[in-house]
Write a protein that binds this ligand. Structure first.
Ligand code: ADP
Ligand code: MG
Length: 247
């Protein structure tokens, strides 16, 4: 079953065409690692999926529903409902600094969903436990390390029971000694069959955890395949050049 179906996605900033007719699917339980040089359009692609950017053409379907079909967006109420099926984790955490950890987790479900406070409270406690921050519910983000902040951000994204999690370089802003604890949580989610798209420079993670790697360059998918195949036997010169250059 397809969770994400992208067909002919184009996106420009002014005259700069950043995404060029991207077409790909993400199926249930997939962990797709997206790699590629800086400026290749990885963030813009993720941001387009959750409607933080408006695309100029093509279609995006989420769990069978069109967010945008042939460049035509659904109604605002529909967009809200469809995008709430996706959870996003950003490089710089994007936690609300004036809210506690618990409040960060509970804000969106309280505003968006008609659930009771008790049910929301139960889930936030359970998810904090899951990311190893059971004792930190009343803490403010400023008191946490980068790795802890990112784990809060992951728990927050899970609060809405999303069909898919999108990660935009979740460990790039972290000190090297803190990346492991975040990757560990992501690995655990993958083992529990969470569907994920992960933009990352962590080739070890991509190789070990992803079941597909997608290489992007200049707004296009150059090559996509099983990690073992893509890393050991890339088919295209641009993929080879990127892999040789970086790692
Ligand atoms: P990546 O995440 O792969 O580094 P981005 O999606 O951030 O790439 O950027 C792709 C291209 O789009 C780059 O050339 C970048 O400069 C440009 N770009 C990104 N955001 C904007 C924006 N808001 N306005 C204009 N150009 C942008
Ligand atoms: Mg980026």
């Amino acid at each position: 079953m397809a969770i994400i179906e992208v067909d002919g996605l184009t996106k420009s900033y002014g005259t700069l065409e950043v995404l060029k007719k991207m077409t790909f699917d993400v199926h249930k339980n997939d962990v797709v690692a997206v790699i590629g040089p800086s400026g290749s359009g990885k963030s813009t692609m993720l941001r387009s999926l959750v409607h933080l950017e408006e695309i100029n053409g093509g279609s995006i379907r989420v769990s069978g529903e069109y967010l945008v079909q042939n460049g035509l967006y659904s109604k605002p109420g529909e967009i809200k409902r469809i995008t709430s099926k996706m959870g996003m984790v950003f490089q710089h955490f994007n936690l609300f600094p004036h809210l506690t950890v618990k409040e960060n987790l509970e804000l969106a479900p309280k505003v968006v969903k008609g659930e009771t406070g008790a049910e929301i409270s139960r889930r936030s406690a359970e998810l904090l436990e899951k990311v190893g921050l059971g004792g930190r519910a009343s803490e403010y983000p400023s008191r946490l390390s980068g790795g802890q902040k990112q784990r809060v951000a992951i728990a927050r994204a899970l609060m809405m029971n999303p069909d898919i999690l999108l990660f935009d370089e979740p460990t790039s802003a972290l000190d090297p000694e803190l990346t492991g604890e975040v990757l560990q949580v992501m690995k655990k989610l993958a083992e529990e069959h969470m569907t994920m798209i992960v933009v990352t420079h962590e080739m070890g993670f991509a190789r070990e955890v992803a079941n597909r790697v997608m290489f992007m360059d200049h707004g296009e998918i150059i090559e996509s395949g099983h990690p073992e195949q893509l890393f050991t036997n890339p088919q295209f010169d641009r993929t080879k050049a990127f892999l040789n250059r970086s790692f």
